[in-house]
Design a protein around this ligand. Structure first.
Ligand SMILES: [Zn+2]
Length: 339
């Protein structure tokens, strides 16, 4: 069952509540154990279910009473192989979720009182890796709703590099457009339109192959789509979409009329990237897009994201620091075909 649907798992709504729920490693271990094994501990070695033996000084280690082998609560989660205490992970997840704008690794290091910058950097990136569900649903597909699609260049000069060194990366976005109920004051703003779920993926160019592939992987076929009339979107009808290409002819008021929501997403994204992170290297951009998407799609339920993050944490693989620095780690994207 989805961890979000499980009422028995406590849920911090404030800092004092957080402290009360998760005062130490043992409390965090208890939470994680309940989240992973709602029907009681099941040994990953012999598959027997039953109360395990516990070591008081090591609350994350459970010993199976049948086969006597040990398992750790962190195995198979983003916390695996980490020497960071469980309570620090919980603090980190809470900080990442509860700060609307996210945090830089340096801020994070200060807040958690970590001695090494690398530890903060590694924690942040592992939590970001956990911000993507492995089997993302495709968006759209709802009657009366359409999806706006557009692409934009992100980035520019990176700190510490010379003038004229540019790392611009192309990012494609699909966003559901929803409508407020008639009669409310908000229904009058932007024609009552607001953003539903969003998907953001780095693409290598503006070709029909890349942009069409992006749409095919993130939007349900049959959905009504609105794009500009760039040739890269020309094949969407053949891919099974109800495609409406708007001839903007470079006039901003036309794209503001037909593509207001996707432009709002790009504007929020750029503000977030430059304000919080002071620019991002192209190699890590997809990870930041994933974090932005996670926050954006849960913006009306900020605290649910905390449990969601821990729930997801049990299902995804995560990079080691060496993998992150060497560039071997491929940040999760919504579509494996986009790599
Ligand atoms: Zn066993």
């Amino acid at each position: 069952m989805d961890v979000l649907d499980r009422a028995e798992l406590g849920f911090p709504k404030s800092l004092p509540e957080f402290q009360e729920l998760f005062p130490d490693d043992a409390a965090c271990a208890g939470f994680l154990e309940k989240a992973r094994w709602p029907n009681g501990f099941t040994c990953p070695h012999c598959q027997k279910t039953g109360e395990p033996s516990r070591i008081k000084s090591r609350p994350t280690v459970l010993t199976c009473r049948q086969c006597r082998r040990q398992s750790t609560l962190m195995s198979g989660t983003v916390m695996e192989r980490s020497h960071t205490p469980l309570s620090t992970w919980f603090w980190a997840a809470y900080l990442v979720i509860s700060q609307t704008n996210g945090m830089s690794a340096a801020q994070f290091q200060r807040q958690l009182g970590l001695s090494r910058y690398e530890t903060a950097f590694g924690l942040l990136h592992k939590l970001r890796a956990a911000m993507v569900r492995p089997n993302q649903d495709r968006i759209g597909g709802l009657p009366g709703q359409h999806v706006e699609i557009d692409e934009t260049w992100i980035g520019g000069r990176t700190r510490g590099e010379g003038r004229g060194v540019h790392h611009k990366v192309l990012v494609a976005c699909a966003v559901e457009v929803r409508h407020r109920k008639n009669g409310t004051a908000q229904a009058l703003r932007k024609g009552g339109r607001y953003a539903g779920r969003v998907r953001l993926v780095v693409v290598s160019d503006r070709s029909a192959n890349q942009l069409g592939g992006f749409v095919g992987s993130v939007v349900t076929p049959g959905t009504r789509l609105v794009t500009d009339d760039w040739t890269g979107y020309a094949g969407l009808r053949a891919r099974g979409y109800d495609h409406n290409a708007i001839a903007t002819r470079g006039r901003p008021e036309v794209s503001e009329e037909f593509l207001p929501i996707v432009h709002l997403v790009f504007s929020n994204l750029k503000t977030w990237l430059s304000g919080t992170h002071h620019g991002v290297s192209p190699r890590h951009l997809q990870a930041y897009l994933n974090e932005f998407t996670f926050r954006f799609n849960r913006r009306f339920y900020p605290f649910n994201a905390f449990r969601s993050l821990l729930g997801i944490a049990a299902e995804v693989s995560s990079p080691t620091l060496n993998e992150l620095y060497s560039g071997d780690w491929q940040h999760p994207t919504y579509s494996r075909c986009m790599r």
